[in-house]
Design a protein around this ligand. Structure first.
Ligand code: UDP
Length: 569
């Protein structure tokens, strides 16, 4: 049937269940943001007026909250443990519910089994059972549990799964055979899913879909009020756990900060002040989320010490009119050099504590500086104290932005339907004519409507937003597109994985091979060797090698909504 926007969240709160501290936190958040969610749903409903939207039956299985996966998070909710995941799940639940879909929520193996129709005690059910859900949102823990308990059905239905995956999973780590051969080791398994089935917290890995979360929104009066009540010498330190105060070399920059500002913290403690936190810091202890927001409304500066990586709090701070100051990481942190990222299925190089804040927001809201350089640090503090900065929230982190994005994914992303046009498996195979044409300035290719080759109308995002750019050897496709104000769009790789495309770009190929390599299509320029991709699952925006210049599929995007191209809705 047709999905109808909902105008009340009572039923959702019942669905979420109770008992665990994590569920209590999520429900509190849903209640607190209810009005802004409902307003956003009404606005999107207006915008989509009359559009056909199918109601989906959706299972939401939050694997990391199940006892069977250890549930290490729930007991730490009130003790400074990570809350980002719960923030995101609360928001995903709310968005799916408001869009009018029919939801089931499970946080235990038993509930999962009963919803999947697996008879109790039949752990490894060998039969394929019909799956009563169109879509399943879960995480890596949940994926593992479903694999164990769905038997043969798992493979059959894995195209319906969406994996909520904060830091992202790159294609090279997702493809089992390739990852094993090439040593792309992870602690999270190799699932051979379509990379866009993984959904991230920030839009940092265009190979995956960007899911996101929301932040509190302010109306004009509130923004004005906040701006005129800012305490210009008040700083709040980012981080709830005492361990973040142990960073090496902090004495120097803390002393500078302390010279100019009153430093506040929200570090969890049991009975005594945590010894890691210096006496001159005003520590409030861990605050309930809405009280934390109140603190941010007064503060001028929100300052990161380098950990946690990529959480929601800096966006909340910026939305409440703070300037976010963070350390530049040089060299960048990655799975090669930092314990936190080790074993994560990504080669991403993190250039600061919060690259989204650095790259997508920037000054005057975000300052990314070298904390080891006292002059640079001190100059930043002084400039920030003098600056007048408006509260700012990117559209993609508003409720309407999140609803719009999830709506688009549900309408258009189909991993079960007709397979995409085949990639030619050998050079001998005839590949269809290239649908691309040289752009007027002769530096890159654009989609050509005249080519009349299938795919133009039926693909999503629509192929008319495609531009092909050739990378420099030291750039990934992610960077190559970003440098041109575009975003890498992995679904378009199949349009440019063709011999003629090299020709159209005036690239000389003495030979052309099809191979399995996440950097292909690419050219080794000095030896005139061209390479095409043999395995569509390995098409990847990530990755570079100075030996190759890669062919990169870029697309335009809406300002403040990078997940959607200009006419993608
Ligand atoms: N937060 C909170 N109380 C505090 C400090 C933070 O409730 O005293 C909330 C904050 O509003 C944010 C969430 O904790 O939404 C997660 O923040 P963070 O960026 O620290 O990410 P995490 O590491 O917890 O995933």
């Amino acid at each position: 049937g047709q999905a109808a926007f909902r105008s009340d969240l009572t039923r959702l709160l019942e669905l979420v269940g109770t008992g665990k501290e994590s569920l209590i936190f999520m429900k509190k958040r849903i209640r607190h943001l209810a009005q802004q969610w409902l307003r956003a749903a009404r606005r999107l409903e207006q915008k989509l007026k009359g559009r056909q939207r199918d109601q989906k039956h959706i299972l939401i299985h939050i694997g990391f909250l199940t006892e069977e996966s250890g549930d290490v998070f729930s007991p730490r909710v009130l003790k400074g443990g990570p809350l980002g995941e719960m923030v995101q799940w609360a928001d995903i639940l709310t968005a799916l519910f408001l869009l009018g879909h029919s939801l089931r929520v499970t946080v235990s193996l038993k509930e999962l089994q009963s919803n999947l129709g697996v008879p109790p005690g039949r752990g490894n059910c060998p039969l394929t059972i019909p799956l009563p859900f169109d879509l399943i949102y879960t995480d890596y823990h949940g994926l593992q549990q479903m694999k164990q308990h769905m038997g043969l059905s798992f493979k059959k239905y894995s195209c319906r799964v969406r994996v909520i995956d904060t830091f992202g999973t790159e294609p090279a780590y997702n493809h089992e055979e390739y990852a094993t051969l090439r040593g792309y080791r992870t602690n999270w398994g190799y699932w051979n899913l379509q990379p866009t089935q993984f959904m991230t917290m920030f839009p940092h890995t265009p190979d995956n879909s960007f899911m996101g979360f929301v932040s509190e929104e302010l109306n004009r009066t509130e923004r004005q009020f906040i701006k005129s009540n800012k305490v210009s010498n008040m700083a709040v330190v980012y981080g709830k756990e005492a361990s973040i105060w142990k960073v090496g070399g902090k004495e120097k920059f803390l002393a500078i900060l302390n010279k100019y500002m009153e430093i506040h913290g929200t570090v969890y403690y049991e009975t005594q002040r945590p010894p890691e936190v210096p006496a001159f810091v005003k520590n409030h202890g861990l605050l309930p989320q809405h009280e934390f927001q109140q603190l941010l409304r007064k503060a001028k500066l929100f300052i990161g010490f380098g950990f946690p990586y990529e959480g929601p709090a800096p966006l909340e701070a910026i939305a409440n009119g703070c300037v976010f100051l963070q350390a530049r990481f040089n060299p960048p942190h990655s799975s090669l050099n930092h314990e936190f990222f080790r074993g994560k299925p990504t080669s991403r190089e993190v250039s600061s504590q919060h690259p989204y804040a650095e790259d997508f927001i920037g000054k005057p809201h975000v300052w990314t500086v070298d904390y080891n350089n006292s002059e640079e640090f001190e100059a930043a503090i002084k400039a920030i104290m003098r600056s007048q900065v408006d509260p700012y929230l990117p559209y993609e982190y508003t409720c309407e932005g999140m609803l719009e994005r999830i709506h688009a994914y549900i309408q258009h992303q189909d991993f079960c339907g007709t397979p995409s046009p085949p990639v030619a498996k050998s050079p001998a195979m005839q590949s269809p004519r290239s649908p691309l044409a040289l752009a007027p300035n002769a530096t890159h290719l654009v989609w050509s409507p005249e080519a009349g080759w299938g795919g133009g109308g039926s693909t999503w995002p629509p192929a008319r937003s495609l531009q092909v750019w050739v990378s420099e050897g030291r750039h990934t496709c992610t960077e190559t597109c970003q440098r041109r104000g575009l975003v890498c769009e992995p679904t378009f790789f199949r349009f440019l994985n063709k011999k003629e495309v090299f020709l159209q770009l005036s690239i000389t190929c003495d030979s052309t091979e099809y191979e399995m390599n996440h950097l292909y299509p690419a050219v080794a320029e000095n030896v005139h060797e061209c390479y095409l991709q043999k395995e569509p699952l390995l098409f990847s925006c990530a990755g570079y090698n100075t030996k190759y210049r890669r062919l990169c599929p870029c697309r335009d995007y809406r300002k403040g909504q990078v997940a959607l191209c200009r006419d993608c809705l």
